[in-house]
Design a protein around this ligand. Structure first.
Ligand SMILES: [Cu+2]
Length: 479
């Protein structure tokens, strides 16, 4: 082989190495999705079901079921199904007596909307989720075709360089290789800024969201806030020493079942119940069919309960629904208990110290809770802490009745601090590294006496701290 041919062969070989390296880097840069966390009050268990990211179909779907303090050991059966279709293969998750994560792996065969069925033997929760469809834009298509053509032409050029008698013959495939490579590289650069085409039957916004974040179709978008309000129908039926709540969601305009709820703050629905004695129940009803949700309350108190539900509809933003009826449990109501306003207390073995500054209507009030003694709080529903506010409440009547008419029901959060440089999603409940000081800011619109509950998770147990808060009139006698 002459010197020029050797030089051409060496150049082509180095180009081949670059091409292979480039192709690998491209594969590593594939769009990544996230995990979906869904809190579920299934029977007597409060669970967090975590659907891990699906990288390819057909492929494995790993499901982590996180149990909490007081969860009975047992078995859950999981299966994946297309909405309205038959069930796929099952996986059994054995729930141990120790609270924490328990694992199961299923198989998903197709992309698109599906349901994860979680069956405790008595009730089946159907959790909608989406396996992202790989959508290729024209620029991405050109990139792949360009690299394939360049690779083939490179092999032809190499073969020609070894066998051809005249060096100029190699220039033909080598020139084609350079041209194909140029097209591929240009298309790769373009594809970074070109949106992917919409999938059939889907709007462009949703598809763009789905490409950036495959699970975004389950999260609210701020760009579209046009869905009608939801009507919440509530029925309560007794089951032994528990109470089964049946919740029906219907569209305020069409009257049809509402089946477009998004996972919002790690749940499809957050149900808040204020009990006659002034207790708080915060549960996450399971979806049993389109628009139908169920939750069980253990050891219900006699008397009237006030109920609100927080949901988020796709295209409808977050809605706080208040049940106009609440529900009644037969029997004589116990006297309401009055929690302390501020200061130190013990909540089921956890030392909690609450401080309040401000507390004037129309001005920001800061509520600071020191929960435990070290930084061992776990994120619950994606937050270090939750603050639930109901009021103003008159003294001298059962709290459930007063809460039914209370003008203000509100919900504030203490966010999980962002870890600098973190590339993954937010930490899940297995990370016990937050607190012990948790701070909330809330502006009370009206003066009066409020009931406030601070909620945190520690050792897989929910710590609910009730606080009685007197909010004074604001500057200038607001409002
Ligand atoms: Cu909730």
């Amino acid at each position: 082989m002459r010197t020029t041919e050797k030089t051409i062969a060496a150049l082509l070989l180095s180009a081949l190495a670059t091409l292979c390296g480039g192709a690998l880097a491209l594969a590593d840069g594939a769009p990544a999705g996230g995990d979906v966390h869904v809190a579920q009050t299934l029977g007597d268990r409060e669970l967090t079901v975590v659907l891990r990211r699906v990288d390819a179909v057909p492929g494995p779907l790993r499901v982590d079921v996180i149990t909490h303090e007081g969860s009975a050991p047992g078995e859950l059966r999981l299966r994946v199904a297309r909405p309205g279709g038959g069930g796929g293969p099952e996986a059994v998750v054995a729930l141990g007596a120790t609270p924490g994560p328990h694992h199961g792996t299923l198989r998903v065969d197709t992309a698109g909307p599906q349901e994860l069925a979680v069956d405790d033997g008595e009730r089946v929760a159907l959790i909608p989720f989406v396996v992202p469809v790989a959508v290729m834009s024209p620029a991405e298509g050109l990139t792949y075709r360009g690299f394939v053509a360049a690779g083939l032409l490179l092999l032809v050029a190499l073969g020609t360089a070894v066998t051809a008698r005249h060096g100029w013959v190699v220039l033909l495939p080598a020139g084609g290789f350079v041209a194909a490579l140029a097209v591929a590289v240009t298309a790769a650069l373009l594809s970074a800024s070109t949106p992917a085409p919409p999938r059939p039957g889907e709007d462009v916004d949703a598809t763009e969201d789905a490409v950036r974040d495959p699970y975004s179709v389950q999260r609210p978008s701020t760009s579209d806030l046009s869905r009608p309000p939801v009507t919440l129908l509530l029925r309560a039926g007794s089951t032994g020493d528990a109470l089964d709540l049946e919740l029906s969601l219907t569209d305020g305009a069409s009257g049809r079942p509402v089946d477009d709820l998004l996972v919002h703050d790690d749940a499809l629905m957050h149900l808040v119940v204020v009990t006659p004695s002034g207790g708080l129940r915060h549960v996450h009803p399971v979806r049993v069919s389109p628009g139908e949700y169920r939750a069980r309350l253990r050891a219900p108190e006699p008397g009237h309960h006030a109920v609100s539900a927080e949901i988020s509809r796709r295209g409808g933003g977050v809605q706080l629904l208040r049940s106009p009826t609440g529900f009644d449990v037969p029997g004589t109501p116990v006297d309401p208990s009055s929690p302390p306003a501020a200061g130190a207390r013990d909540v089921n073995g956890t030392p909690v110290d609450v401080a309040v500054t401000g507390a004037r209507a129309g001005e920001p009030t800061t509520i600071t809770a020191r929960v435990g003694t070290t930084a061992d709080l776990q994120p619950w529903l994606g937050m270090v802490g939750h603050l639930i506010v109901v009021g103003p409440l008159p003294d001298g009547e059962p709290v459930g009745d007063a809460a039914q008419r209370a003008p203000v029901w509100a919900h504030a959060h203490a966010m999980v601090p962002l870890t600098p440089g973190a590339t993954g999603g937010p930490p899940d409940e297995t990370v016990a590294a937050y607190g012990p000081v948790v701070t909330f800011t809330h502006t009370f619109p009206l003066p009066g006496r409020y009931r406030v509950w601070v909620q945190n998770q520690r050792d897989y147990a929910l710590v609910t701290t009730p606080v009685l808060l007197d909010v004074g009139a604001g500057e200038g006698g607001t409002p």
